[in-house]
Ligand binder design. Structure first.
Ligand code: GLC
Length: 463
């Protein structure tokens, strides 16, 4: 079974978010289950090849916006999984992303590659990911290419709005009157909506999020078309790949002596971030993007402002929205002994935090899957999270972490207090919880098997 996995990012070549991790680890897991997966992505200037050697395998010319564009196709092996990856080079649209054309052009190039049989390999299924790939199912239909598609939604918030003129640029002018129009002016469409409508199967990255997105509260305006996909919408929880097991930057707490390792990590971390050093106070942390729509930073901020700052220390590691960066910066200058902030993207520090913190706060308003809670548990830090999406599916309240139901600073604070109380006064329960967290299995195997089942159903004509 041949699957072409389409993504705009893939770790370690290019990673901007969770999709980068999934595009690296899911194909690897699928290939161990006997699925022949290859990945295709644009060859951005920002891509780092990590000593892998690229080989040119072909080129094509494609008209876009009445100009002839030349695309060179390279292949490269993923440094850890050896999965084959196709890189598409084009100086107009792929050196740096150029909205709104880069992704429609990317989709158009993929269709041409298949139509012209440029690869020495033919996929049975195209596995699309997020709005960047949303036009592929529609274009396949348009070209009458009988190839099955599966679209995975990693985040419904980003929908890829495109002006209808893009269809003319791609050479399909008649489509601009056919596709679903979204804005009041009817001049735009959304790539993700087109993907959902035309694909054979939609998946998202946790069962709870799959249910949530069919409601008006979480559907981001697409709930109605998602409800229309009943029977073809599935939630499969992401896994994580433990490629940090052999790192030099942090010792990973493991059974049976996790407590000693965590204590040392914690003292190291407090020293590194110039917090008061000592083990008598619980160390909390937030790691993530400062995205006020999703990540719950406003309730985190409200809690930090209003709570009793003598009973915990807090580390905030994140970047993004500049106003929020300023606010958190201000908090840490005001409370330097309690709150340490590092306003950047730093994976090494992130792992040192997982290794040394007692609790990781994940107050996300919504979270399709979330990888932070899994990494936290893997490093023996208990997650304290909003009960939504993949957080609800991977954390068992009181067993390997804490969940709060109402999305508010008050609920977050109450749950933090509960966790601190257990940490201080019910040491045995806390230890059992960490042991449970350390033993929770987030490997990809189970989830990859579920994708393979869906691929098999697609090919057997069930959908
Ligand atoms: C997006 C989602 C996140 C998910 C990741 C990988 O970044 O926001 O919840 O874990 O994609 O699927």
């Amino acid at each position: 079974m041949n699957v072409l996995f389409v993504s705009w990012e893939m770790d370690p070549f290019l990673k901007r978010g969770g999709l980068g991790d999934v595009a690296s680890s899911l194909p690897a897991a699928l290939s161990t289950l006997g699925v022949e997966v290859r990945v295709i992505m644009p060859y951005y200037k920002a891509i780092k090849l990590h000593q892998s050697r690229k080989t040119k395998i072909g080129n094509l010319t494609l008209a876009y916006d009445r100009k002839k564009e030349r695309i060179e196709i390279f292949t490269i092996r993923h440094p850890t999984s050896a999965i084959s990856v196709y890189l598409l080079q084009n100086s107009t649209f792929f050196d740096v992303p150029k909205p709104p054309d880069t992704f429609p052009f990317f989709n158009s190039v993929i269709i041409s590659i298949i139509k012209q049989k440029i690869l020495d390999w033919r996929p049975d299924i195209i596995h699309c990911n997020d709005h960047h790939t949303g036009l592929i199912p529609l274009l396949l239909k348009e070209e009458k290419i009988p190839m099955k598609t599966l679209l995975t939604i990693h985040n419904l918030l980003y929908q890829g709005s495109i002006p209808l003129g893009v269809f003319t640029k791609m050479g399909y002018p008649h489509l601009s009157s056919k596709v679903s129009k979204w804005e009041g002016s009817s001049e735009t469409s959304r790539m993700l909506a087109e993907g959902i409508i035309h694909t054979d199967i939609v998946t998202t990255v946790s069962p709870t999020y799959a249910r949530e997105i069919t409601t008006t509260e979480y559907g981001m305006g697409l709930d109605e078309i998602l409800r229309g996909k009943e029977g073809r919408l599935f939630g499969i929880l992401n896994g994580i790949q433990n490629h940090w097991k052999n790192n030099r930057y942090v010792k990973i707490p493991t059974l049976p002596d996790w407590e000693e390792v965590k204590r040392k990590n914690k003292l190291f971390l407090q020293r590194k971030l110039k917090l008061k050093v000592g083990n008598a106070i619980p160390l909390l942390a937030f790691i993530g993007r400062f995205d006020p729509n999703q990540k719950g930073i406003e309730i985190l901020y409200e809690m930090l402002q209003g709570s009793n700052r003598d009973d915990y220390q807090m580390i905030v590691l994140g970047s993004g929205n500049i106003q929020w960066v300023d606010r958190f910066q201000w908090l840490s200058t005001f409370y330097p002994k309690t709150i340490a902030t590092r306003l950047t993207f730093d994976t090494i520090l992130a792992h040192q935090i997982y290794g040394g913190a007692d609790f990781i706060l994940i107050p996300s308003r919504f979270e399709p899957c979330g990888l932070i809670q899994m990494s936290a548990m893997e490093f023996g830090a208990l997650p304290i999270a909003h009960k939504t999406g993949g957080l609800a599916d991977s954390i068992r309240d009181g067993f390997n972490g804490f969940l709060f139901e109402n999305y508010s600073a008050k609920s977050l604070e109450n749950t933090v207090s509960k966790a601190i109380n257990i940490w201080k006064n019910h040491r045995k329960s806390y230890e059992t919880m960490v042991q449970n967290a350390l033993q929770t299995d987030f490997s990809w195997e189970k989830s990859a098997g579920k994708y393979r089942e869906l691929y098999e159903k697609l090919l057997s004509g069930t959908f």
